[in-house]
Design a protein around this ligand. Structure first.
Ligand code: MIC
Length: 519
């Protein structure tokens, strides 16, 4: 039974037309850098039968043009994170984009605030994007209506801002599974986002204070996540941008050994000890703190990668022969073992199961090289790349971006100034700190974000006023806030009717009553 006429020819013709349209979309210069592992037919079969368009696609194209212009000019867009629409209304006066930080959402937009575990409900960040995007539309609408109340000559004297700054948002790790990643991508597009970033972290395994902060997932899982987002964007036919973010810098663990492309970096014990978890359990039963027991075991286990273990046992000549055959991208441990057995006289003991954590994670040896390999592998799925770094090590920054651009010369990159950066400890002079953004822009880092300004920035402002308010009462407010905010360039506030939207609200009444609202 069906409630529509079964015109099979029409259905088939519509499907083939959709396939042709998708293939044409993918040939567009805007998408020339993308390569999908799936066909246009697969996407056409997943689309709705009615045409749906999304402002997200328009904002994605706008952002693409902003970033490509910076790339061409060797400059960069500098933005910061927020969850507040009123803050956004001020950001747009000095910058071109807005960032919605997951860490900030986890502190202020959830029922259980806390550290950036990205363990908040998967729809948290998209909802904040929607809140901000709708506020942008409101600011844009009231500014337009206010301007159109004035003659063209008068408008020349009025300030005008582009409130529709593209929103970039934190997609974290896609929240665990492919179905959540697909739903997340869909919700972000429906919310009006211009770009999301997705990373290779494992969900919910961050420990902040014991040196076990980052666990990555296998390369294969990272690929699947990004493919799922690209697929969902294609199903929706949107030009929303996808940023491939790698968090392997300073990661301590990986969740699985399933992908041979990771084997080079997985750490094993070269001493045949009891497993770490047993040693820790025994130590804690004797009253030892967890970290002490863990570090004791680590100091005895001879922890290293298999290649390092071979180097320890082989002669120089044996190792050179081994390296020429076994140290290459994607060589599985099983093959490495076979080559070592063939070439190295001494037995190489190596067991990556012994150091596994209680949660089953494998130990990981981070390096710029592994971030480069992941970034290059996934680049055809995304529009930009971000190697998230825990510290501003200039040598690593140069190495990473230079290596990726050897393969993708026009690749655009992002950089995040995390709150904990200690520039002096990283060897930066004051001059280098000042020129940091411009120096990075020359490497193709066209979008740079201070993600969590709001935590310190707004807190300092709030604490300062709270103190003055108690001390000076309303006189203090007038001196420190009200008067300064009226001095051009004026900071929008409810004191200026135009910015509260009062004229917009009255315009609804006027239009309904048949009155003119333009001069
Ligand atoms: C950018 C980030 O993902 C965020 O949630 O804002 C965080 C910010 C931070 O930890 O400073 C991150 O870089 O992981």
């Amino acid at each position: 039974m069906s409630n529509v006429s079964l015109d099979l020819d029409a259905e088939e013709a519509a499907f083939q037309a959709q396939v042709a349209a998708i293939e044409q979309e993918w040939k567009n210069p805007r998408q020339a850098h993308l390569k999908r592992p799936y066909s246009a037919e697969s996407i056409a079969a997943l689309r709705n039968t009615i045409p749906i368009t999304y402002p997200s696609s328009f904002q994605g194209d706008k952002l693409w043009n902003i970033l490509k212009t910076h790339l061409a000019n060797g400059t960069c867009e500098k933005t910061f994170g927020t969850t507040e629409p009123t803050v956004v209304s001020q950001m747009v006066k000095h910058q071109q984009t807005v960032y919605v930080s997951g860490a900030l959402c986890g502190l202020s937009e959830v029922q259980h605030p806390g550290c950036d575990h990205a363990d908040y409900p998967w729809d948290t960040v998209p909802k904040v994007v929607e809140k901000i995007f709708k506020a942008q539309l409101f600011h844009d609408q009231r500014q337009h209506q206010f301007r159109m109340r004035h003659s063209k000559e008068e408008r020349a004297k009025l300030e005008k801002y582009d409130f529709m700054a593209p929103i970039i948002a934190d997609g974290d790790m896609g929240f665990g599974g492919l179905t959540t990643t697909v739903k997340l991508a869909k919700l972000f597009v429906e919310a009006g986002v211009a770009m999301i970033h997705l990373d290779d972290l494992a969900i919910g395994l961050k420990k902040f204070t014991v040196g076990e902060g980052r666990t990555v997932v296998p390369t294969s899982e990272y690929l699947s996540r990004l493919t799922a987002v690209r697929m969902q964007f294609d199903v929706m036919g949107t030009n929303t941008l996808l940023m491939c973010r790698c968090d392997t810098d300073r990661s301590q663990f990986i969740t699985s050994t399933i992908d041979p492309r990771d084997h080079e970096y997985i750490i094993g014990a070269t001493k045949d000890l009891d497993p770490l978890v047993e040693y820790i359990a025994q130590g804690m039963a004797e009253g030892k703190p967890y970290v002490q027991a863990r570090d004791e075991w680590k100091s005895q286990a001879g922890l290293m990668t298999f290649d390092q273990a071979v180097k320890e046992k082989a002669t120089e000549e044996e190792y050179q022969q081994y390296a020429s055959k076994a140290i290459a991208y994607g060589v599985p441990l099983k093959e490495k073992r076979r080559i070592a057995k063939e070439l190295v006289k001494q037995d190489v003991f190596f067991d990556w199961e012994l150091p596994r954590s209680k949660e089953g994670q494998y130990m990981w040896k981070p390096s710029v090289k592994t971030i480069v390999e992941r970034a290059i592998l996934v680049a055809p799925l995304g529009d930009m790349t971000w190697a998230r770094m825990d510290a501003p090590v200039w040598k690593d920054i140069v190495e990473f971006h230079t290596e990726v651009r050897k393969v993708y010369p026009d690749r655009m990159f992002a950089f995040g100034f995390t709150g904990m950066y200690n520039y002096e400890a990283a060897g930066f002079s004051q001059e280098q700190i000042k020129s940091f953004s411009n120096d990075m822009a020359k490497l193709g880092i066209v979008w740079q974000v201070q993600p969590i300004w709001s935590v310190a920035g707004l807190n300092m402002t709030a604490e300062k006023f709270a103190k003055e308010w108690q001390r000076d009462g309303i006189a203090g407010y007038i001196e420190t806030i009200s008067k300064p905010s009226r001095v051009p360039p004026i900071i929008d506030g409810f004191h200026k009717l135009s910015y509260a939207g009062s004229y917009l609200a009255d315009a609804f009444f006027a239009v309904v009553a048949g009155e003119k609202i333009v001069p």
